[in-house]
Each structure stands twice: as structure tokens, then as C-alpha cells.
Write a protein that binds this ligand. Structure first.
Ligand SMILES: [Fe+2]
Ligand SMILES: [Fe+2]
Length: 362
């Protein structure tokens, strides 16, 4: 009796047959329409869009029904088993016309927190400033990776025919890993440490992770959450006491710009095809708006930023005034992004479009 299972026995027999010259070779002619494909690298190399041309570039409105990981454009044998997990099969539910371009940009602009931040330029800071930086970094370390967990949660549902989106989301997960890592590193690097977590932020994170479908999760995270962060990072100069923090904000900002750009174009693509979902999108944006406003009640979120914006605890009120300007900018850009996506949010917004002047203009 053989020591091997029937499938191994069969494999051994097949190999012996091959040694005797009995080959199949039918795979060579399995995909005649996909054969003869050539590509031309563009000025900046061979991007996804350069390679997915002709029939390979046709993205179906509904992904293949075989449910496997077979790549778009190949021949799929009839007995290919379904993996039974891909249920986001409609292109509109995940698609964004800029996903391939953003993926190419992401992979060519990767940076790292080990060598790209001038850590040697860290210097001893006044206690209030170091504590404010550390608290702000504790806050960022807590929230950054929701933008990794959210795409990770949905990735294994997305039909493989939409690989441009899957590849882009994979880069976003890596981007967010870097963000979590770099803010934690900064908190631990200069004589301070991590300070207080934010229960208020957890409500927003929960709304993102528990959103009932991918598009509402994306609207809340890519446009609302990351949009607010992007505007904040753009204003990072005034929250950054040294070149170290300035560099961190600048590096993170370029990543966040991609995440927001995907979110805006996805929402635009989606609502043009599913106007009936508009109410659900408004609803989740409302949840986000209220959640973020609740953060103003948390001293550990707002006060450190006010100290940094005012350049010291003695100027914390001046810092508040500056933060009010930042808030107004965040809302303006948020509304603008939604407008591009085809959503008029202003009449439905649950928080003020503008904060009253909180002090003397600065
Ligand atoms: Fe991030
Ligand atoms: Fe992000």
C-alpha cells in the first residue's frame, strides 16, 4: 500500500509521464485574444495605466462571477473554484478613475521614518511644548491606523477584477502604518512619552469601522476624517516647533493628499450611479461631524494644539484663535471636496460652517 494520498500518487504518475515526454501544453494557446500585448513605458516609467491597455484595460461594470483570484484578462478554466468571499462585485461600489495613477504615485513616493526624518535635529524643548507635541502625537498615533484597518476590512470583499483599487488600498495601508509609526516615534524620541488616549476619537473611529457599506465608510474616512487631517497637516508649520515635526507633517501630507483624492473621485463615481444612496451618505457625514465636534470637549485633543499654535502655554488663548481659523479652513475644504463629488453638504451640515472670532485676528 502506498504511503501517499491518491492526489500525490496521481501527481507522481503525471511527473513520470512528463519525464517520458508526455506533455500537455494547452495553456500556451489558452488565451489567444490576450496574446501579443506590448506596452510602452511612459516618461516616468511603466505605470499601471501603461500596462493595462486594450482588452486588459477594460474594467467590467460587474466583476467576474467566478469568485476567484484569477487575474483580469486571463483565461479562467471552468473548474476554477470560487473563494466565496468577494461580494463587492459592482464596479461603482469601489471604483475611482484615479486609483491606478494614485497607486503609481504611492509606490514611487514611499518614505520611511527610519532615515527620512532628521531625528538628529531634535532639541530640548520647553516642557509645555514637549508635552503638547507628545499629546498631539499620542492622538495621531491613536487615530492614524483606522485608515489602515478600514481598507483592510473591505479589501478581501473587493472583486479581483478591480485590482487598481485593491492595489491603491494596499498602499494606503502601508502609508498609515508609517504614519502610526512616525508619530509614536516622535512621542518617544525627545525626553517625553505618550500621554492621554482620546475616548472621543474612538466614537469617530467606530463610525468608520462599523459603517454599513464600503462607500459610506470611505466618505466618512477618506473625505471627512482624512480631509480634516490633510488640511491640518498642510498648516503643520504652525504646529511644528522643530524641523523634525515639520518634516513629519510634510511627508504625511503627501500621502494624505492621495487618500483624499481617491475618496473624492470614488464618491463622485458612486453617487453619479447611485443617487438613491445620497441620504445614507448624508447621514454618515452627520455622524462624523457631530463626533468631531465632541472632541472639542476633550482637553487632551484641543489644548495641546492650542499651545503649539500659540507657541507656549502662556499664549494658549492666541493659539485658540489660530485654531478657529484652521477650523474654518477645514470646513471650507471639506465642503469643496464634497461639491466635487456631487454632494451639496452645506445646507445639511450639523456643525457651524464658521466659528465666531475667538479673539484678536492674528
Ligand atoms: Fe494617515
Ligand atoms: Fe490617510
Amino acid at each position: 500500500m502506498s504511503a501517499y494520498s491518491p492526489v500525490v500518487e496521481e501527481g507522481l504518475e503525471r511527473m513520470l509521464a512528463m519525464v517520458r515526454g508526455d506533455f500537455d501544453l494547452s495553456w500556451m494557446d489558452s488565451n489567444p485574444t490576450g496574446w501579443g500585448h506590448r506596452v510602452q513605458p511612459g516618461a516616468s516609467g511603466l505605470g499601471l495605466r501603461d500596462v493595462d491597455t486594450g482588452a486588459y484595460g477594460v474594467v467590467p461594470e460587474y466583476g467576474s462571477s467566478h469568485g476567484s483570484m484569477a487575474p483580469r484578462g486571463c483565461f479562467v478554466p471552468a473548474d476554477t473554484p470560487s473563494l466565496g468571499m468577494y461580494d463587492l462585485n459592482e464596479k461603482a461600489t469601489v471604483w475611482s478613475d484615479n486609483a491606478a495613477m494614485l497607486y503609481d504615485e504611492a509606490v514611487t513616493r514611499q518614505w520611511n521614518s527610519v532615515t527620512d526624518v532628521p531625528w538628529h535635529k531634535l532639541q530640548k524643548l520647553p516642557d509645555d511644548i514637549e508635552k503638547a507635541v507628545c499629546q498631539m502625537c499620542t492622538n495621531f498615533t491613536e487615530v492614524e491606523f483606522v485608515a489602515g484597518d478600514m481598507p483592510a476590512k473591505w479589501l478581501c470583499h473587493i472583486n479581483h477584477d478591480f485590482h487598481e483599487v485593491k492595489l491603491f488600498l494596499a498602499t494606503q495601508i502601508m502609508d498609515e502604518a508609517r504614519h502610526m509609526d512616525v508619530f509614536r516615534k516622535r512621542a518617544l524620541a525627545n525626553g517625553g512619552g505618550l500621554l492621554m488616549a482620546s475616548p472621543g476619537n474612538e466614537a469617530l473611529l467606530a463610525a468608520i469601522l462599523q459603517a454599513p457599506n464600503y462607500t459610506t465608510a470611505s466618505a466618512l474616512m477618506h473625505i471627512f476624517g482624512e480631509g480634516f487631517i490633510l488640511t491640518l497637516f498642510r498648516a503643520g508649520e504652525f504646529l511644528a516647533p522643530t524641523e523634525v515635526e515639520k518634516t513629519i507633517f510634510r511627508l504625511c501630507m503627501q500621502d494624505e493628499a492621495r487618500h483624499v483624492a481617491y475618496g473624492v473621485k470614488h464618491l463622485q463615481y458612486f453617487v453619479a450611479r447611485h443617487p438613491e444612496m445620497m441620504e445614507e451618505i448624508h447621514h454618515i457625514l452627520g455622524l462624523g461631524e457631530e463626533a468631531i465636534f465632541r472632541l472639542t470637549l476633550e482637553p487632551q485633543t484641543l489644548e495641546p494644539r492650542a499651545i503649539l499654535a500659540g507657541k507656549g502655554v502662556e499664549n494658549i488663548q492666541l493659539g485658540m484663535t489660530r485654531l478657529a481659523f484652521l477650523y474654518n479652513k477645514q470646513i471650507t475644504e471639506y465642503l469643496q471636496r464634497l461639491k466635487i463629488a456631487g454632494i451639496d453638504r452645506l445646507p445639511r451640515m450639523k456643525i457651524p460652517a464658521e466659528l465666531p472670532a475667538l479673539g484678536p485676528e492674528v
